[in-house]
Design a protein around this ligand. Structure first.
Ligand code: SF4
Ligand code: SF4
Length: 133
């Protein structure tokens, strides 16, 4: 058993890491200050590792192809989708569980997952987190 543990530890020393330090390469003294510097383009974000195929990142909504059938609204388990009076859909990203049901059921492929996973914002209703507000 100890042999297996030692083997695993040694193997991990030479295995490519699945994660990396984020948002910057080295832990800053103050994360708030670092975030402000990043916003001013004075500090570079450590590029995240690549996402795997079929990654469920932030959804993309194609308003042009949407026919307003509301199927996505009906299947969404977290009330992240709200039907609007103009026959389109509003998507609250911060309520989304990324289950993919809206993507699967949409007859016009108006919803698709992207590779984007950086979705933190300064406020609860950060406007980037509402698609088609
Ligand atoms: S991925 Fe799931 S939770 Fe998110 S909007 Fe679509 S159906 Fe709702
Ligand atoms: S299922 Fe597709 S076409 Fe229907 S309302 Fe939702 S996004 Fe639009």
């Amino acid at each position: 058993m100890p042999t297996q543990t030692i083997y695993t530890l040694i193997k991990q020393l030479f295995t490519k890491k699945a994660t990396n330090p984020f948002p910057v390469k080295y832990t800053p003294e103050n994360m708030h200050d670092a975030a402000e510097l990043i916003e001013k383009d004075e500090l570079e974000i450590n590029p995240p590792v690549d996402v795997p195929p079929n990654f469920r990142g932030k959804l993309k909504y194609d308003i042009e192809s949407c026919i307003g059938c509301q199927l996505c609204v009906k299947v969404c388990p977290s009330q992240a989708l709200v039907f609007k009076e103009d026959n389109t859909v509003r998507h609250y990203v911060n309520r989304c569980t990324f289950c993919g049901q809206c993507v699967d059921i949409c007859p016009t492929d108006s919803f698709e997952f992207t590779d984007e996973f950086l979705m933190a914002g300064p406020e609860k209703l950060y406007e980037d987190l509402v698609l088609n507000p």
